[in-house]
Design a protein around this ligand. Structure first.
Ligand code: LMR
Length: 431
């Protein structure tokens, strides 16, 4: 019997009942499928973008999302990416599936980029890399794999400030999470002693997540000597290293320096798991290019692990997207493009560092008596300003300046045109 739904709620409030009319004209009641679903909170990061988009004030500034802007406040497509796209277009490639694990050339190039001179195991086949849906897909794949196969307690220890999506990704895959000491709110910098103590006190064989560089949200990175100590402690405690590298090249402007932690861990014999994103360093945000790598002890192990990784990918996204991976591959494997890319990555890092300096100067010029040295002491896309929730709200209400509630500022959204305005506003709300 055909039903004509009126779409009108019969009862007010949370009623599950809607009016429906049978073809005979008789009114019947039909239960709604989704009346029990409550509206959830907006995403901590993308929710800020949505709020910003709803604001039509001419001076509005979006310091929420970590997405690079040029000095005109516009998204920047790297010229090397444009060049790569042209070259690819001329090839008139097909649109076939990349295969469950993705493109072989991309997978190898991504691993080589991360491990550099520590990557001997690549030629020996003691690893497997899967092409993923950017860094988030890499993390989700890693989380699903660890949930199924990590041989000890399946709890991930994350730094005591971490990217807003880390815990959701891990917990949606069924992993428990806890924190280790990382950030010192007094200095707004990395807390080495706290971290060492904390890592020493975790149960042996713990699963520990690190950010390789440009820590999100704090911008507080360990120095090389800190990484050496962290690696040693983790080795002594037999902790498993799960390292997320979303910003290689973006922190210092140098791809090798930014991979220091990853390579130190490998040098010290850690058979780690690495997730990579090409969203930031190639500006391929919406193309969703990433990778997940697991190091193994033997070729047999590689075969077994890779087969299970495939079994996890197949029902999730089946095959990864091809376009962005083709762009990344041609850049990574063509000398002329690769060299150009290095210059362009550095230019993004340099502009970011310059904006840190300008914001710091701006606050001094306004006469702020507070210590803002962490603005220039931190590194990468974000500054963890120390602003509290009320101050963040005032910035939004009174100055149309948007950032995440925790006071994280996306430095790359500052320009020579808006930085003084932002400095003035921050001074106003912190006086
Ligand atoms: C951010 O932290 O703002 C970016 O990494 C974007 C995202 O996906 O959250």
């Amino acid at each position: 019997m055909a039903l004509l739904f009126t779409g009108r709620n019969l009862l007010k409030g949370n009623s599950a009942t809607v009016l429906a009319k049978a073809s005979t004209g008789a009114v019947i009641r039909k239960s709604s499928w989704w009346s029990h679903v409550e509206e959830g909170p907006p995403d901590v990061i993308f929710g800020v973008v949505e709020a910003y988009n709803r604001d039509d004030h001419p001076q509005k500034v979006n310091l929420g999302i970590g997405a690079y802007r040029d000095d005109n406040g516009k998204p920047w497509v790297l010229p090397v990416v444009r060049k790569a796209e042209k070259m690819l277009q001329e090839k008139e490639l097909d649109k076939e599936y990349a295969g469950i694990m993705g493109y072989e050339t991309f997978r190898k190039a991504a691993a080589k980029l991360a491990f550099g001179p520590q990557g001997d195991f690549i030629e020996n086949g003691l690893y497997t890399t899967a092409q993923t849906i950017s860094g988030t897909g890499a993390l989700r794949l890693a989380a699903n794999y660890l949930k199924k196969y990590f041989p000890y307690d399946k709890k991930v220890y994350v730094p005591d400030r971490t990217w807003g999506n880390h815990v959701p990704v891990l917990s949606h895959a069924g992993l428990a999470t806890d924190t280790y000491k990382y950030y010192n709110p007094n200095t707004c910098m990395f807390d080495p002693e706290g971290a060492y103590d904390s890592l020493k006190n975790l149960p042996k064989n713990s699963l520990v997540l690190f950010h390789a560089c440009a820590h999100n949200p704090t911008g507080a990175d360990p120095y090389p000597e800190h990484w050496e100590e962290i690696s040693k402690i983790c080795k002594d405690r037999n902790h498993f290293i799960f390292i997320d590298m979303a910003y290689q090249g973006y922190a210092t402007g140098d791809l090798n320096r930014d991979a220091f932690a990853v390579r130190q861990f490998v040098k010290d014999g850690h058979k780690l798991l690495l997730t990579q994103s090409f969203a930031k360093n190639m500006g391929l945000y919406g193309e969703r290019v990433g990778a997940m790598t697991i190091l193994t002890d033997s070729k047999e192990e590689t075969k077994a692990v890779e087969s299970q990784v495939k079994i996890i990918i197949r029902p999730m996204w089946a095959n990864p997207p091809i376009n962005g991976a083709r762009i990344a591959t041609i850049i990574l494997s063509t000398k002329e493009l690769y060299d150009q890319w290095l210059v362009e990555v550095k230019s993004m890092a340099d502009r970011t560092i310059l904006m840190r300096e300008r914001l710091h100067e701006g606050l001094e010029k306004e006469g702020s008596k507070l210590n803002w040295s962490h603005i220039t002491g931190q590194i990468g896309m974000f500054c963890f300003s120390g602003l509290n929730e009320q101050q963040v709200q005032r910035l939004r209400d009174d100055f149309h300046i948007y950032m995440t509630k925790d006071g994280r500022i996306s430095i790359v959204a500052l320009t020579t045109k808006n930085v003084d305005y932002v400095a003035k506003a921050i001074h106003e709300v912190t006086k």
